[in-house]
Ligand binder design. Structure first.
Ligand code: F6P
Length: 546
């Protein structure tokens, strides 16, 4: 990053915003070309940011800012396998997992393409065997239920993708257990038959306490019902720590590896995607990978002004740093993307929730926003009140498919889309006092009541939103969407001048949990801990003793 040029450009951008005082309603009225100017496409995929308070000069300056930050150079470094994850001294190559048709890459003496292809082929063989009933349980019965045990990146990606691809799901039923809360595995196993259940233990490190605890419980469940010998038939594993997997007792031909250059939250494209592949079949999984690769090519080869991840990142930076909005809501008007917000929370917040630059100095700008959301239209009946009339401005990202998967339910889909468009229009336009008054008077309400109540019905408007539209949520499109968001997070991370690929912020809590376990178990005293923690432990013990 050219720090001096970046600071100068950022100051200019701040000044420009201060002088802009844009009202979007007026901007649309004044410029019939506004949508054309502030939207871009890649095939059927459309990004519309015209309902954000930017003008052409703001976009020009944002692109210049990305130039000063060195986004394009860092992008090239990532794709070529340079160790851009500087704190862990690792390459960042999740893009290689989906580069099925590319030329291949040698990194750190490793033929990455060959490795990726051989794991993918092994996954496909296993997935086919499970789907066809060839890889049966210990009693010879075909597998009907696959339970993925993992957490964070070893759960959110495949769980989100399995749900998203429900119309393509023709394999065994899928279940995801992540929480260490025994309720999660208990409630999942309650309805399952051990003779027809396959567990996939998914953990990059194979040390994560939640996953290992749930894996032990699952092994115990199988052993208790089917005997010790059955374990080999009912377990598979996905990990980079092959030695630890072997110790757990999972058969070698059922272990699928990946590499330290794949971050947990970027891992759904490789072996962590195994439960998705079993659910939808290897062909659909490959279509998902090809979609991701298409977005990679678009990100690599398209000028910033038309580059979807670039633009989404620039708009995100504008809202977070220039406008200082603390959060963004992701609202898929697509029920099957209902786990997308949770998935993006890890992707975005674990990547960009940092306070130190790549040079280990305090950051000079705010970094990643709070990311949250729920599907529309449900969100409309819950938190949209605050989005429209609350005191904070929260940019919204809407996602929607032009075509649903249920042709016989077309009316539902038309209503869904009408609601999605209505929300972004309402956020942008708002409703003035005069409009509120006129509407009430037209309904025959009394003038003194109108005078008193109309201010409650005013919407300030001018609230930003981005809309992402696509033809249909098929495997290819899901791949493009996820890669779009991955690269967006990358662009914003470079602009924040941070390393988006480590996650030291989750360590301290893990260390303290290890220390606190014997205290909670009553084997050690809470003496010496802070008064709150000691008090809480005391209360837990008193309640637990009843
Ligand atoms: O939450 C921290 C984290 O390391 C994530 O980055 C990762 O996705 C998750 O834990 C699970 O880790 P593992 O796959 O090693 O069990």
């Amino acid at each position: 990053m050219d720090h001096k040029a970046f600071a100068k450009q950022l100051a200019a951008l701040g000044k420009h915003r201060a002088s802009l005082s844009m009202n979007m309603r007026d901007a649309f009225a004044a410029d019939p070309q506004r949508f054309e100017k502030f939207s871009a496409t890649d095939g059927d995929l459309l990004l519309d940011w015209s309902k954000c308070a930017v003008d052409e000069e703001a976009m020009r300056q944002l692109v210049a800012l990305a130039g000063a930050a060195g986004v394009e150079e860092k992008r090239a470094a990532m794709f070529s396998g340079k160790h851009i994850n500087i704190t862990e001294d690792r390459a960042v190559l999740h893009t290689a997992l989906r580069d099925l048709d590319g030329k291949g890459l040698h990194v750190d003496g490793q033929d990455v393409k060959k490795d990726v292809e051989s794991v993918l082929a092994a996954m496909a063989d296993f997935a086919d065997a499970v789907r066809s009933g060839k890889a049966a349980g210990a009693t010879g019965k075909a597998i009907t239920d696959v339970v993925n045990i993992g957490i964070g990146g070893s759960d959110l990606g495949p769980a989100m993708a399995t749900l998203a691809l429900a119309p393509y799901h023709d394999g065994p039923r899928s279940h995801y257990v992540s929480n260490i809360d025994g309720a999660h595995i208990h409630d999942t196993l309650k309805g399952l038959d051990p003779a027809t259940t396959l567990f996939i233990i998914a953990s990059k490190t194979f040390t994560t306490v939640e996953t290992m605890t749930n894996a032990e419980t699952a092994r115990h469940w199988i052993q208790e019902k089917l005997g010790k010998e059955a374990v080999g038939h009912h377990f598979a594993a996905v990990s980079t720590a092959l030695d630890l997997v072997a110790k757990f007792g999972i058969r070698q031909e059922r272990v699928f590896g990946f590499w330290d250059w794949v971050g947990g939250r970027y891992s759904v494209w490789g072996a962590i995607g195994l439960p998705v592949m079993i659910a939808v079949g290897p062909e659909n999984f490959r279509a998902f990978l090809r979609g991701g690769a298409e977005m990679d090519a678009h990100f690599r080869d398209t000028p910033p002004q038309k580059n979807l991840p670039f633009l989404l990142g620039l708009v995100g930076f504008w809202h977070r740093v220039v406008c200082k909005y603390p959060a963004r809501a992701v609202i898929p008007y697509d029920q099957r993307l209902s786990r997308l917000p949770a998935y993006l929370q890890q992707l975005d917040m674990e990547s960009n929730g940092k306070s130190v630059t790549v040079d280990s100095k305090p950051v000079t700008t705010p970094t990643g926003p709070l990311v949250w959301g729920e599907p529309g239209t449900n969100g409309q009946h819950a938190f949209f009140q605050l989005l429209h009339q609350g005191t904070d401005i929260i940019p919204v990202e809407f996602l929607a498919a032009a075509i649903g998967h249920e042709p016989n339910l077309r009316h539902h889909h038309d209503l869904l889309l009408a609601n999605c468009l209505a929300q972004s229009e309402a956020l942008m336009k708002g409703r003035t006092l005069e409009e509120a008054r006129a509407q009430m008077l037209a309904k025959g309400q009394k003038p003194d009541f109108v005078d008193r109540i109309a201010p409650q019905r005013v919407f300030s408007g001018n609230r930003p939103s981005v809309t992402i539209l696509y033809e249909k949520l098929d495997p290819r499109t899901l791949g493009r969407l996820i890669a779009l968001y991955e690269h967006r997070v990358f662009v914003e991370g470079v602009l924040y001048d941070i390393n988006s690929f480590d996650q030291w912020g989750v360590e301290l809590g893990k260390e303290l949990a290890t220390q606190l376990l014997p205290v909670v178990e009553g084997k050690e005293s809470a003496a010496g801990r802070d008064a709150s923690t000691a008090g809480l432990v005391g209360h837990i013990r008193r309640l637990g003793a009843k």
